[in-house]
Design a protein around this ligand. Structure first.
Ligand code: FE2
Length: 290
């Protein structure tokens, strides 16, 4: 995990741009509470609108926002993580943390059924490389939202505090990146750290609440009345060719299951329910060609 793999961004400019978009987008996620910001945190629209009504998603979303940047996956990714939104139990040590947000395409429309695969260190800064502690994947809901229940990851040598994630919209390439915490002393010395990947984090009682919106490089056609919808997958030659095979939309596949599609055999890497757009050749995070 060489520091030279990723550019360093030490300016505040990208954050400001992200905030301007998020201030409005976030208003759609009003939770009805007004917890304290962690010192120097970024004010979200939900702070201003209190328990107000749900505004529309897209009118103030700036089309053309740059997609979320990629970062190295590092040495600790493992495929086949469990399908779950919580990585902890009642007895898990550590400061409780929820990470929530939305996944948008290039036209600021939320995307449903995006695969998010999270992995992180435990409270001591250790990754579980034999099992699946602090590893789990989930999918955005019909509103394009996700929510992860976990703990604040511990620090380990050479890095600032971070959470790893891979995202994949149906039929699109995988985006690998990381999320960061504000006000971490090591943010200024970690050469992989990038301020564009800073979460908003606030204290809620004894727990922390992090938020982040991802933007994937998924083409979308903006609509004047913005009901959150999933974009129409871009047709590919793979999808337009009569595939043939045992792969069937609507079927739940477990990790290890095998199917055929388009004359090739594939093995399932992560448990999921198949949907159109997730044909095996299109989703390398879910299917490995044999
Ligand atoms: Fe890491």
């Amino acid at each position: 995990m060489s520091a030279s793999e990723e550019p360093v961004n030490g300016t505040d400019g990208p954050i400001d741009r992200r905030i301007s978009r998020k201030t409005v987008l976030r208003a759609a996620a009003v939770l009805g509470t007004a917890p304290l910001l962690v010192g120097g945190g970024v004010a979200l629209a939900r702070d201003r609108v209190g328990t107000g009504e749900m505004p529309e998603f897209t009118p103030a979303c700036h089309d053309g926002d740059a997609p979320t940047i990629e970062q190295t996956e590092g040495p600790y990714f493992k495929p086949n993580s469990p399908l779950r939104t919580s990585l902890i139990t009642d007895s898990t040590p550590g400061t409780r943390l929820t990470v929530s947000g939305y996944v948008f395409g290039r036209a600021c429309l939320p995307i449903a059924n995006v695969l998010l695969d999270f992995w992180q260190a435990d409270v001591n800064g250790a990754y579980d490389n034999t099992g699946f502690s602090f590893r789990g994947h989930q999918f955005t809901n019909a509103q394009g939202a996700f929510s992860l229940t976990t703990i604040v990851p511990g620090l380990y040598p050479g890095r600032t505090r971070h959470i790893h994630v891979k995202l994949q919209a149906p039929g699109r390439p995988v985006l690998t990146t990381q999320l960061y915490f504000p006000n971490e002393p090591r943010n200024s010395t970690d050469t992989i750290y990038d301020a564009r990947l800073l979460m908003n984090v606030r204290q809620v009682g004894s727990a922390k609440e992090g938020t982040y919106d991802f933007v994937l490089n998924v083409p979308q056609t903006p609509t004047p009345t913005s009901t959150p919808t999933s974009p129409t997958p871009t047709p590919t030659t793979t999808q337009t060719t009569p595939p043939g095979g045992t792969w069937t939309p609507g079927t739940f596949y477990n990790a290890g299951d095998r199917v055929t599609y388009g004359g090739a055999s594939y093995q399932c890497l992560q448990g999921h329910t198949a949907i159109p757009g997730w044909e095996p050749p299109n989703v390398p995070a879910l299917w490995r060609r044999l």
